[in-house]
Design a protein around this ligand. Structure first.
Ligand SMILES: CC(C)(COP(=O)(O)OP(=O)(O)OC[C@H]1O[C@@H](n2cnc3c(N)ncnc32)[C@H](O)[C@@H]1OP(=O)(O)O)[C@@H](O)C(=O)NCCC(=O)NCCS
Length: 246
């Protein structure tokens, strides 16, 4: 059975450099395949489609590096299914080196958010058979919103900025929604840098759960998944505040 692996990526559309990318030929050629470029340029809003496709690649990279270990992020090797990036919402798919990753976007006036999960390791491999999408809980928090809570010393070890800390607080809140108190979001030091974030309690990894963090400009985002009740791929639990304010 294919293991649980999730990713997420947020893009602040007001960040310097976010505008006009669909017309930046060098960027477009470096990052996107010919099919993706055609899909982006044919979209109703190429400016939005660029960042949806980008966010899907980043999301998939985060998943691939959990499953495969060291992965070089060659953007064009992460193929976003043509057609998916041009749509207003809904499902898309990213393929990378035998991995089949399902993604879903949420777009707003000032951000694009993508959440993804691994569906299959290798098509046709009975030992890594596909599974139905599992519930993934995610949240996006604006920098003007208060977030209460504290991080443990182990969590703080890999924190490098205020958004980095806030993303971990958002993930903690999401775990609390799953009924799990005191979950830490840790990154372990590998040979040359920090590994992907993992969920832990009391320093011990929490088997069967996964977590992903992202921050860009004014936004931080997190996604968590695991032995949650209910169904549906993306459940944001509106009315159940992530931040300390309403
Ligand atoms: C991983 C990467 C895509 C993150 O994208 P980004 O736009 O910088 O940042 P985001 O805010 O979306 O995501 C950052 C979060 O992703 C998580 N993250 C970082 N590396 C990760 C990885 N390899 N897998 C999964 N999650 C990862 C972290 O939790 C990080 O937050 P933190 O620094 O606060 O802990 C980016 O760092 C990158 O391009 N890495 C590739 C480098 C590469 O090719 N290395 C070759 C290794 S052999």
């Amino acid at each position: 059975m294919t293991s649980l692996a999730i990713g997420n990526d947020i893009v602040d559309l007001a960040e310097p450099g976010a505008a006009g990318k669909a017309r930046d030929r060098r960027f477009m050629d470096r990052v996107f395949t010919a099919e993706e470029r055609a899909c982006i340029l044919g979209a109703l809003s190429p400016a939005l489609a660029v960042w949806k496709t980008w966010a899907a690649k980043e999301t998939a990279y985060k998943i691939a590096s959990k499953v495969r270990g060291k992965v070089v992020f060659a953007h064009r090797a992460f193929e976003v299914e043509p057609g998916a990036a041009g749509t207003a919402g809904g499902w898309g798919r990213v393929r990378f080196d035998g991995l089949d990753i399902r993604v879903r976007w949420e777009t707003a006036r000032d951000y694009v958010h993508c959440v993804g999960q691994l569906i299959q390791h290798r098509p046709g491999d009975a030992a890594a058979s596909p599974h139905e999408p599992r519930p993934v809980h995610s949240a996006i928090v604006h920098h003007g919103q208060l977030l209460s809570g504290t991080l443990s010393a182990a969590e703080r070890a890999s924190v490098h900025s205020t958004p980095s800390a806030r993303a971990r607080l958002v993930a903690r809140r999401l775990f609390e929604r799953l009924g799990l108190q005191g979950v830490e979001v840790l990154r372990h030091w590998r040979e040359r840098g920090w590994g992907p974030p993992v969920a832990a309690i009391g320093g011990e990894m929490l088997p069967g759960f996964d977590v992903s963090l992202s921050h860009d400009g004014r936004f931080v985002a997190a996604a968590v998944a695991g032995a949650a009740q209910g169904s549906g791929f993306l459940r944001r639990g509106r009315g159940d505040p992530i931040t300390g304010v309403r």
